[in-house]
Design a protein around this ligand. Structure first.
Ligand SMILES: Nc1nc2c(ncn2[C@@H]2O[C@H](COP(=O)(O)OP(=O)(O)OP(=O)(O)O)[C@@H](O)[C@H]2O)c(=O)[nH]1
Length: 515
């Protein structure tokens, strides 16, 4: 079968790969073949090569393929682009007054019968004017934070969401007292995990759904059309004293149509909301720790990168605090393991590091039974520094895990000493960071925010070594698997959390007193 192609053609360019453009007459080509033409030297002809690919592309977007989502959830769980469309408004109707119809339908004796019928009662406004029915409002689209959702994976499977259109005014053309407004379409509510940031695709930030129940209206449904009354000219004047919705000419019919809904493309980015972030090399025991102190049930196995997505767990309040215990409740996020070069995309990459952004405290888990735990500790600190030095300013507790193993137990005193040597006595607020800086954080390349304190620039912070940043709030040896010294570890974590809260409260107080 031959296909005619005229070049250049805007219509064909997406489907043809054109190596050299040819401006000439219509030429026959067949599908899926490569053609070379060397036309005569009349001055207009030129050599050209056309590779035609008229067959439709079958390559699927990876994000829509459920297998890909299952195999590589870590690449998709925290970011998605969706398109939403609010519903169109329902249509109004062009109506006639019933008397007109009656006049044509009923004649003679029937007319007298009609006149004797009870007078119809229409809906009227306070000033006595007729209220005509309107088309139903199109469905709005709302995105809301749902505690039951952990990831954005589901939205990869269904990336288009359309709200319903409003109902039309169900009229047979005659105004009757039974006429009702068209039904308003329900709001389409799309649940997302708490901590999801909603942005227009390549556009402005719409909302940060940081609390359960937070919601944002992303597309407003179209307004319903109004109804109009059609009247012969000679009767219009009388009717216009009853209602303004009298149709004057054909162009008025536009008002009857419901407004179209709006379509928007949105980018959703999940930033895990947790008070404490668990970090460390793969296999250090982060997931085991989370399972030991919360009700979370993360996957635990003796191979690296068991954790592919952040797991969240809730730490109860401190029982020693009595009734005030709930003040020390906290959410913990177990993040996938980091390896050297993670900030450059190695291992599971840098994507997870952005989930530390909303944490207040870091718990750095080190496998004390490893060959060189001190080096492992430094590797992770370095990765944080390279990714975002502000993370090194955050208070942290070091957990030396697996002390049930003799290899780890023997190293413990020396290792603790060495770790405490690395770092300065400077406290994080002296480095120019405060909770207020967090609020004013600026987006950088890759969508990650960096806190730029007026005192020290990020470049300067990058130039500093990990020894210039604060020491850990505590170093504690434990075995989370065997339950050895887990309570001591919890005490240190809670104490550090309390300190964060106290310093935040103090900062807020001083900020308020300055205002
Ligand atoms: N002996 C001993 N083994 C432990 C301890 N804690 C964890 N493990 C083991 O270490 C292995 C890794 O534990 P995980 O909790 O999966 O480690 P992870 O840091 O979450 O690993 P990734 O998911 O790869 O980041 C598992 O086989 C655990 O049983 C401990 O205190 N003692």
């Amino acid at each position: 079968m031959a296909t005619l192609v005229s070049l250049p053609s805007a219509y064909l360019t997406p489907r043809l790969t054109i190596d050299k453009l040819f401006f000439g007459p219509l030429l026959p080509i067949s599908t899926g073949t490569k053609h070379n033409w060397d036309l005569n030297k009349s001055g207009k002809s030129r050599f050209c090569t056309i590779k035609s690919r008229l067959t439709t592309r079958t390559k699927e977007s990876p994000s829509t393929n459920p297998d890909t989502l299952l195999k590589e959830p870590h690449k998709y769980f925290d970011q998605v682009i969706i398109t939403v469309r609010s519903g169109d408004g329902g249509h109004g109707a062009v109506l006639t007054m019933p008397s007109q119809q009656r006049a044509t339908k009923w004649q003679g004796k029937h007319e007298n019968k009609e006149k004797s019928k009870k007078k119809l009662s229409y809906k009227r406004d306070f000033d006595g004017s007729l209220i005509l029915p309107v088309g139903g409002h199109g469905g709005d689209v709302v995105i809301y934070a749902d505690e039951g959702k952990d990831t954005l994976l589901e939205l990869h499977k269904k990336s288009r969401h359309n709200a319903k259109r409003g109902g039309n005014v169900a009229a047979m053309g005659v105004l009757t007292s039974q006429l009702r407004d068209g039904l308003a379409a329900p709001t389409l509510r799309i649940p997302v995990p708490v901590g999801t940031v909603v942005k227009r695709k390549r556009g402005k930030l719409l909302a940060d759904l940081a609390q359960p129940g937070d919601e944002v209206l992303v597309a407003r449904g179209g307004q319903g059309g109004i109804s109009l009354i059609e009247m012969p000219e000679y009767r219009r004047k009388k009717l216009m004293s009853l209602t303004t919705n009298v149709m004057r000419d054909e162009s008025d019919k536009v008002l009857v149509l419901g407004q179209p809904g709006e379509e928007v493309s949105l980018e959703l980015i999940l930033r895990v909301v947790a008070d404490v972030g668990l970090i460390g090399l793969p296999n250090a025991g982060k997931s085991t720790l989370l399972a030991a102190i919360t009700l979370a049930k993360p996957d635990i196995a003796d191979y690296p990168f068991t954790t592919l997505m952040p797991n969240l767990g809730r730490l109860d309040g401190d029982p020693d605090l009595g009734p005030g215990q709930y003040s020390s409740e906290a959410t913990l996020a177990d993040l996938p393991g980091l390896i050297e070069g993670a900030h450059l995309g190695k291992g599971l990459g840098r994507n997870f590091l952005r989930h530390l952004r909303r944490t207040r405290l870091l718990v750095h888990v080190v496998d004390a039974s490893a060959d060189d735990p001190l080096n492992d500790y430094i590797t992770v600190r370095e990765e944080l520094r390279m990714y975002n030095p502000n993370y090194l300013e955050r208070p942290y507790v070091v957990v030396l895990n697996k002390i049930d193993l003799p290899k780890a137990r023997d190293k413990l005193p020396h290792l603790t000493e060495e770790i405490l040597k690395i770092g300065s006595d400077i406290v994080h607020s002296e480095l120019g960071m405060s909770s207020r800086d967090e609020v004013q954080s600026l987006p950088t390349e890759g969508g990650e925010a960096t806190t730029l304190s007026p005192a020290i620039s990020v470049e300067d912070k990058m130039d500093k070594g990990i020894e210039d940043y604060p020491r850990p709030a505590a170093v504690v040896g434990v075995s989370v698997l065997k339950g050895i010294r887990v309570n001591d570890m919890l005490k240190e974590i809670r104490a550090a959390l309390r300190k964060c809260r106290d310093s935040n409260d103090a900062l807020e107080l001083s900020a308020r007193s300055r205002e």
